[in-house]
Design a protein around this ligand. Structure first.
Ligand code: NDP
Length: 277
């Protein structure tokens, strides 16, 4: 029997309606996005985030800086936004051009406004199991797993990919939910042997179709984070044939992507609420 699809689009819509109500209660909530340069993929992401924020009543401001912007100019803007009381959330779209030290820019953002959860203070709070702002994609994945009643406690979760924005934080969130977690990466000796152990398999690599059906345990829950532009259109990291073997699976598109944006909106409201206390 083919896997049941985990519909991130429908759940994200519901979350957006809840966020809209919270924004109304709070009065004014402000999100500022910063895009340096004109990377076409980044432009699409920023446009989607801006549209989603406006749709729920968040005051969204969009800074577009030239490709040749210096690190000092960017840091000056971030300092201004940190001090601006109308700004609850700051979202710095990555990657940044080479002349800018990405880590320095991330660390310049006030952790209280760091709705992407990339600042070391928020990453550290996640590591310690303390409340903080957690990146949108990992949070969205856990919300989706909960929506479909996927048991995490005692489950063997395998995460493929160890990036700071997806792999590592999702592994920590799964651990916090008492899953037994394995993290795989490009040097993992026998990837298939690891993934076949997974009750819950999360794949965030960036290689279309990397996970084939024989790499998946029958009935497993499979979360496909990959967004790969191919000649055949947008493809995940998981071969679509895996749907014949898995119990639950996220579609690409319409799975993790919409959940990422919904979680970003939730983070913005959370940051706004915390700043008003
Ligand atoms: P990164 O490039 O930062 O990380 C990729 C990870 O995959 C690395 O840890 C790398 O290992 C590992 N890897 C690469 N090749 C292999 C392999 N053959 N076997 C096992 N592991 C491998 O990517 P991101 O985490 O930023 O993104 C991953 C994917 O998710 C991309 O397709 C991206 O577009 C998508 N994405 C989707 C989002 C959404 O909202 N749906 C949000 C964010 C990302 P190593 O560390 O050893 O190099």
């Amino acid at each position: 029997m083919p896997a049941q699809l985990m519909d991130g689009k429908a759940l994200a819509e519901r979350i957006r309606r809840e966020v809209a109500e919270e924004v109304e209660q709070l009065g004014e909530v402000g999100l500022t996005t910063i895009l340096v340069g004109d990377d076409p993929a980044s432009e699409i992401y920023i446009r989607r985030k801006q549209e989603a924020a406006k749709e729920v009543g968040i005051l969204a401001r969009d800074y577009r800086l030239a490709e040749e912007t210096t690190e000092e100019e960017l840091l000056d803007l971030i300092t201004q936004l940190n001090a601006d009381d109308k700004v609850d959330g700051i979202l710095l779209q990555l990657p940044l051009p080479d002349q800018i030290d990405e880590q320095r820019a991330i660390e310049a953002v006030d952790p209280a406004k760091d709705v992407d959860g990339f600042h070391p203070l928020n990453a550290g709070r996640l590591w310690l199991g303390l409340d903080g702002l957690v990146a949108g994609t990992p949070t969205g994945i856990i919300t989706l797993l909960d929506e479909y009643g996927v048991p995490l406690e005692g489950a063997h979760a395998v995460v493929v990919g160890r990036s700071n924005i997806v792999g590592k934080p999702v592994a920590l969130l799964l651990l916090a939910r008492n899953a037994t977690v394995t993290i795989c990466h490009s040097r993992t000796a026998d990837l298939a042997a690891e993934t076949r152990q997974a009750d819950v398999l999360v794949v965030a690599v960036g290689e279309a179709g990397l996970i084939s059906p024989e790499m998946v345990k029958e009935g497993a829950t499979v979360v496909d984070v990959g967004m790969n532009r191919t000649d055949e259109g947008l493809r995940g990291d998981v071969d679509p044939a895996v749907a014949e073997r898995a119990g639950l699976i996220t579609p690409v598109p319409g799975g993790v992507g919409p959940m990422t944006i919904a979680s970003l909106l939730r983070n913005t409201v959370k940051a706004a609420r915390a700043r008003r206390c």
